[in-house]
Design a protein around this ligand. Structure first.
Ligand SMILES: Nc1ncnc2c1ncn2[C@@H]1O[C@H](COP(=O)(O)OP(=O)(O)OP(=O)(O)O)[C@@H](O)[C@H]1O
Ligand SMILES: [Mg+2]
Length: 319
């Protein structure tokens, strides 16, 4: 498999001023991972884990403090310019749109900036507008657009130089579920065109559906790398259950050593929804019997372990 991104022992410090004293914050503590050509690679992790910092280093917006980062075999520090012509990026929730321009003018501006040959510009822009389904809006001024449409403008802009690698930092943040799904379909279509995509997201279902492989990062360190299936497989010793019940005593539930990662949602005055994990050595009957000792069980069902379940277990251990 062709490694298009190679990250080795990457560290990144920020210097933070605290009451006139300078402090060093180590945002990345020596992370290593590779991304293969053509794959969608997901970077997941809690707020402040170091995802955006990683993307900024990989896109040459920030220099590494130490370590080695190669993009298409080129060094991010020494060969930044060559790298920049082959990549592009989009940060979710970006404001940087020139609202007074029409989307056509906006893309034309970036086409010139990226030195797309003039003879190719119009075709490229037309193709991109089709991809993000904004052809009918090409002469509309961007300030009239909704958040979801602006996000699609950003995606079109990030493809203007025909990049081999596209970095998407939280591309669906703040979007309604229908628009978010639209963006996911666009990402899938891009991947079919063999563009390598590095994606960060806080939506585990999105990562599970889209990503070929995932790296989970926490407090500046990579905790695990693998396919979504491999990552979920690490928790095959756990079974997940969902129950509806009455007369809940949360204290007894959390104290019971059989039930782990207990989540409780109140449905109405006396009805509750529970989700929890138990060791897979426990039978359904045993789980039901033990649960009945602390709540009045109305229904109990075994569920498949999700990427979110795996993620929570990994990130908790990482803390
Ligand atoms: N410009 C900066 N100056 C100082 N510290 C920073 C700066 N940018 C980020 N940090 C710190 O570095 C760490 C990593 O931040 P980063 O933005 O990379 O996290 P993230 O994983 O992208 O988080 P989120 O999910 O919230 O976007 C955090 O502790 C953050 O506070
Ligand atoms: Mg971030």
């Amino acid at each position: 498999m062709n490694k298009i991104i190679e990250v080795s022992e990457l560290t990144r410090e920020y210097s933070v001023k605290n009451k006139r004293k300078k402090e060093i914050k180590l945002a990345l503590k020596g992370i290593s991972f590779d991304v293969h050509e053509g794959e969608i690679f997901g970077l997941l992790g809690p707020n402040g884990a170091g995802k955006t910092t990683t993307i900024k280093v990989l896109t040459t917006l920030l220099t590494p403090t130490s370590g080695d980062v190669k993009i298409m075999k080129k060094d991010v520090v020494k060969e930044g310019e060559e790298i920049r012509s082959n990549i592009n990026f989009m940060f979710g929730g970006e404001k940087g749109v020139y609202g007074r321009l029409t989307i056509w003018e906006y893309l034309k501006y970036f086409a010139c900036l990226y030195k797309v040959p003039i003879s190719e510009q119009n075709d490229r822009i037309r193709e991109l507008l089709k991809l993000v389904e904004l052809e009918d809006k090409k002469n509309h001024k961007i300030y009239t657009f909704s958040k979801g449409m602006i996000q699609r403008v950003h995606i079109a802009r990030s493809l203007i130089n025909n990049p081999n690698i596209l970095f998407l930092d939280e591309p669906t943040i703040g979007l309604d579920p229908v628009v978010a799904e639209k963006i996911r379909v666009i990402i899938e279509n891009l991947s079919r065109r063999k563009i390598t995509i590095i994606l960060t997201t806080h939506y585990m279902k999105e990562a599970d559906d889209l990503c070929d492989r995932i790296g989970i990062i926490s407090q500046g360190e990579i905790q695990v790398i693998g396919t979504p299936k491999e990552i979920k497989g690490k928790f095959s010793h756990l079974n997940v259950f969902e129950a509806t019940c009455r007369k809940i005593q949360e204290f007894s539930l959390n104290e019971h050593n059989l039930f782990k990662q207990v989540k409780v949602h109140q449905i109405n005055e006396d009805l509750y929804f529970l989700r929890f994990e138990v060791d897979n050595s426990q039978s359904y009957e045993r789980v039901r019997t033990e649960l009945s000792k602390v709540v009045e069980v109305i229904s109990l069902e075994q569920k498949e372990l999700t990427l979110e379940d795996a993620y929570i277990n990994i990130v908790k251990v990482g803390k």
